[in-house]
Design a protein around this ligand. Sequence first.
Ligand code: CA
Ligand code: CA
Ligand code: CA
Length: 491
Amino acid sequence: MKKFLKFIILAVLILSIHFHLLDQRASAAPVKTSNYHNSNGRLVYSFSSQGNYYFSYDRNGNTLGKTALNNIVIRTDDLNNWDQTYYHTNSLYLDESNAAYFDNDHSRAARTMLTDDEIVWKQTGLKVFQAITYSNNKGNYFDYFTSVNGMDWDKALPTVTVAQGSGGWSKHSYTLAPLTGANYVKIRWNNREGEIWSPQISKVIMHYEENVDTLTDELSDFSMTYSRSDNLYFDSSNPLNFNNDFSRVMRTSLTSEEIVWRKDGMVSFQARTFFYPENMSHFKIYTSFDGVNWRLRVPDIIEGEQYEDWPQIIYALDNLEDTNFVKIVWTGSEGYFWTPQITKVLMNYKTGMKSMTDNVSDWSRSLSHTGNLWLDNSNLSFFDNDTSRIMRTQFTDEEVIWKHDKIRSFHSVVYKDESEGGTLEFYISANGTEWSRKIPQVVRLGKTADWTKYTYSLHDLSNVNYLKIKWSGNKENLWSPQVSSVTINHL
Ligand SMILES: [Ca+2]
Ligand SMILES: [Ca+2]
Ligand SMILES: [Ca+2]
């Protein structure tokens, strides 16, 4: 009787849960969300019809931010043919037999010999790469590599889940996320024992950002750099220490030297460097949207392949959203001036993006402004020597409008003193008459005396041709906040 009661209670519970789920389904259409975690188990990407997001962390695992990504596209290669692959070794073939062992997959990539065969996929702007494979054993039989240019490869460590496939084979699901500026992925078989027909690759799934191009500076000369400090030199000696690279940038003295690249709409950046293993002092990497105001970044630091004595260190930034410039600074004043060296730099950028900066030296680059605004030229030392900033002259609502076709992002440099001051509001418009307010992303850039410098940015804009900054509020002081410059990225 007790057992019967338990059964009744259980049945009622299951039914009520079932109806509860049905209720939820009836009330809202389900949103399919794909979440991807990094090797530390932290969420890095979340893709759904309601939005795509990238989550970043510092080296201690503290959340740095959440970036919205437009134009995330999925491409699936079922390996029914080789059309979607970029390269594969000749001895591979597509096995169409015994689909019943492979969850009914009628075509998988397989070997014909026990050799280190490989397949390469090319996709610019890769965010997440997944491979589904089958093996007649539980072993992990593949190595994974990623590359920005298809030539310099770095070993990548996927997260792996194992499930039971049909017919007693193990189904492995490998995920690479996040990929730092990768445009190519290579899978290589690594087992030289066992059966030639195991493992097999069933399919790969790629999430990537659309409309991304790529650019490499081999650093043969300074023609692709934007600016640099004086004491830099191209070293061509001992190429064997540097993967046969005959031209690398190094310092000529133990001073703080820097080199800057510009590419409007940069979304990822990779610097490949070599260090002599004594007194190693890391590079510092800064990003900027105007080449004037810089933000220190926390790059991914990857240990690359080592040639001879010099460890290769790769610095990578990905999912950049306010970057038209990147600066690398040599640090360290001890040891040898000829270490470290930069061998090449690789960038992904949004196709066709251009940037326009208005330093507000005058009103010529804005479309219009209201009467009680003033260009302040005083107290340069509080404003990093910026000779002209916009401020109010009355406690009234004031505004400035900028116009540009196809605005995609907007960055303004703002100084505020320690008073409550006025409030800045940001508006966007397609036609210049109907406006909608947007909440900007705020980054604190630095402090001079009583003034703090911030950037206020809007990202991922579409159907926007006008931007407006509005001052409001009537608390002291009239002179705060001040707008120092505005940069508009547009197509
Ligand atoms: Ca397949
Ligand atoms: Ca080089
Ligand atoms: Ca200015």
